[in-house]
Design a binder for this molecule. Structure first.
Ligand code: SAM
Length: 395
């Protein structure tokens, strides 16, 4: 027989807890002559059995039910399911903490956060010490703050020597030029990259051209191309000024440009924001030429739909882009899907480079991402495409 203090010590519980168990009828004491409670070996084992059941995550009430009647399987199954959900949630919390401490990839977290709270995500990245340029690259390219620098080094290595950073062709650019009524004045190209379009525009127009990009290296490649392609003494060719700045914060005067041009770059800050924030730099009745990746079908295959949902969640159909454009006070002058040559100009050299690197056993997440994208293009291009929009600012 055990006194309550002895039983409490043996099962490592307080007196109060044992008295509560007794009140619930889980154990029962006998009164000794001196009035003290005494418990039997059976009571000791009942408490130990109860503790074993509690270790399975059962509540006291559920334990009592198990002690008093046959095990209720449905109830236990329900408990197991709740426990599995708790474990999965805790595992997620663990993964997040370990990734924030740099112990694993943060890709899924960045991607999900960017889908649900893109502006707050970008802002938070800058709070963590990333510049706007880095934060935007992280959003679109590396998608992982723990591996950002290494990823970008590998990404730049892959693109080294490739001039086109997105689908485009001189024919498609000239087609857009032909629907613009103004033929002279100032033209700003945003996200000009290594200048394939800048040079085509210079060769086919009389505009004074400003090329803007936030990547010094891309601009240095463009300078080199210009030095090779445009003899400085040929005064019939228009001037090109290059500016390294962000498309989100451009150092120009209000209504400075007759035309703003941006092929494959406006998505970086978001088409809607670009339409709004670039407007003030365009002269009244001036033009905006912008290209964007769009759905060309209302019912894409699951694989391609999922791919672009992760890679470009804002991707829209032509009709809904045009609605956004109208809502932003532009008139659509022309809109057409870039031709196959525009894609070939971009994809063929990129595919060749990716194959070469893979042959040299270059293993990198940046290459793996590009190869995945190339596979999607080869399987599904046509369900989506690049759309050129020639827009005129409404009064
Ligand atoms: C997909 S590439 C397109 C480049 C070029 N238009 C072409 O078709 O080859 C996007 C370009 O935008 C530039 N870029 C990225 N973020 C930018 C920003 N915040 N401001 C200005 N340029 C940016 C990149 O450096 C890159 O040159």
């Amino acid at each position: 027989m055990y006194k309550i203090s002895e039983l409490a010590q043996k099962v490592n519980l307080s007196r109060t807890t044992l008295l509560y168990y007794e009140k619930l009828g889980l154990i029962s004491s006998k009164r000794q002559a001196n009035g003290y409670r005494s418990y039997s070996e059976f009571d000791l084992q009942r408490v130990k059995l109860l503790q074993q059941l509690q270790a399975g995550g059962l509540s006291l009430k559920e334990c009592q039910a198990c002690l008093e009647a046959k095990i209720n399987r449905a109830q236990l199954l329900q408990r197991l399911q709740t426990l599995d959900e708790d474990i999965a949630q805790k595992q997620k919390s663990r993964e997040l903490l370990s990734s924030m401490l740099g112990m694993s990839s943060m890709r899924d977290w960045h991607q999900t956060t960017d889908k649900h709270a893109p502006s707050a995500h970008l802002d938070w990245l800058m709070t963590q010490g990333f510049s706007e340029t880095q934060a935007l690259r992280l959003k679109w390219l590396s998608k992982d703050m723990n591996n950002h620098e290494q990823y970008m080094r590998e990404f730049e290595f892959i693109f080294d020597g490739l001039d086109r950073l997105g689908p485009s062709s001189t024919d498609d650019s000239i087609k857009a030029l032909s629907s613009i009524a103004v033929k002279t004045g100032e033209l700003l190209e945003i996200g000009c990259g290594k200048g394939v379009t800048t040079i085509a525009l210079a060769e086919h127009t009389q505009f004074a051209i400003t090329g803007l990009d936030n990547d010094e290296y891309n601009l240095s490649c463009l300078k080199e191309h210009l030095a090779q392609q445009l003899p400085p003494l040929d005064h019939s060719l228009p001037q090109i000024e290059l500016i390294c700045a962000s498309m989100t914060d451009m150092p120009f005067s209000e209504q400075q440009f007759d035309v703003i041009w941006s092929e494959g770059s406006a998505y970086i800050m978001g088409i809607k924001q670009a339409l709004e924030s670039w407007k003030r730099f365009i002269k009244p009745e001036g033009y905006l030429v912008v290209s964007d990746l769009v759905w060309l079908t209302d019912s894409p295959d699951d694989e391609v739909q999922q791919f672009w949902l992760d890679a470009y969640p804002e991707m829209a159909t032509v009709a809904s882009r045009q609605q956004m454009i109208e809502d932003a006070s532009y008139q659509v002058i022309d809109s057409y899907t870039l031709n196959q040559a525009s894609w070939d100009n971009y994809l063929l050299p990129l595919q060749q480079k990716a194959n070469q690197l893979a042959d040299h056993v270059f293993v990198s997440p940046a290459l793996a991402d590009l190869q995945k994208e190339l596979t999607i293009h080869s399987k599904y291009l046509g369900q989506y495409g690049y759309q050129m929009f020639v827009l005129k600012l409404r009064n």
